[in-house]
Ligand binder design. Structure first.
Ligand SMILES: [Fe+2]
Length: 207
């Protein structure tokens, strides 16, 4: 910097006002990946993986929100245990969502983030705004898990095939396993086991 430029910079009055309402063009478009990253993964691989991970992200964000809806709206004699279980699974899905989104960014892509974009992308059926009974809540959650688990199996195989072992590991170790475990905890609630009186062997046969 020349001497006179340094002097001019020093003369700029300090303005304490925040510069609010700013807008500018995007610095990276959705659906693209950065060209130059020292990851030893070709651009087409990163493009395919970030596209697939964004689908997994949209479904996981929807499942996360379905858990919170169920946590708030649950009713009936199992209210307390389900209220707690749904929130535990919600917290675990929050972690999963963050891991998927950050994997997309580290591969040079752009993660989906906002509810409207997630709603347009997810394959999980939209539930009604109102409250539903427990078996329906659990069935909806299980249907959502099934979509995610099916995608995890297909995506992990494909990631391995094209050399992205990091994505394979994330999908299997963090997403698939957590979803499998949550499915177990949910599905046991749909077993029609007697609560107080053991069923007579005769009645069981008839059923
Ligand atoms: Fe709560």
């Amino acid at each position: 910097m020349a001497k006179n430029e340094v002097a001019a910079a020093h003369q700029t009055p300090i303005n304490a006002q925040p510069r609010i309402h700013q807008r500018a063009g995007e610095i990276q478009a959705y659906g693209t990946v950065s060209h130059l990253l020292p990851l030893e993964l070709e651009e087409p691989v990163r493009l395919e993986m970030t596209e697939q991970l964004n689908l997994l992200l949209a479904d996981s964000m929807t499942l996360r929100d379905l858990y919170k809806k169920s946590h708030w709206q649950v009713a009936g004699p199992t209210f307390y245990q389900l209220h707690l279980l749904f929130d535990k699974h919600y917290d675990e899905q929050v972690e999963i969502v963050d891991e998927i989104a950050e994997r997309i960014q580290l591969l040079g892509g752009v993660s989906l983030a906002m509810a409207a974009d997630v709603a347009e992308t997810t394959r999980i059926q939209r539930p009604p705004r109102g409250r539903e009974e427990v078996p329906v809540q659990i069935s909806r959650l299980l249907d959502a898990h099934q979509i995610i688990i099916g995608h995890c199996r297909q995506l992990s195989r494909r990631a391995s095939e094209i050399g992205d072992e990091g994505t394979n590991d994330l999908v299997v170790s963090d997403v698939l396993r957590a979803n499998e475990l949550q499915v177990w905890f949910l599905s046991e609630h749909l077993v029609d086991a007697p609560l107080v009186h053991a069923e007579e062997p005769q009645a069981r046969k008839a059923g």
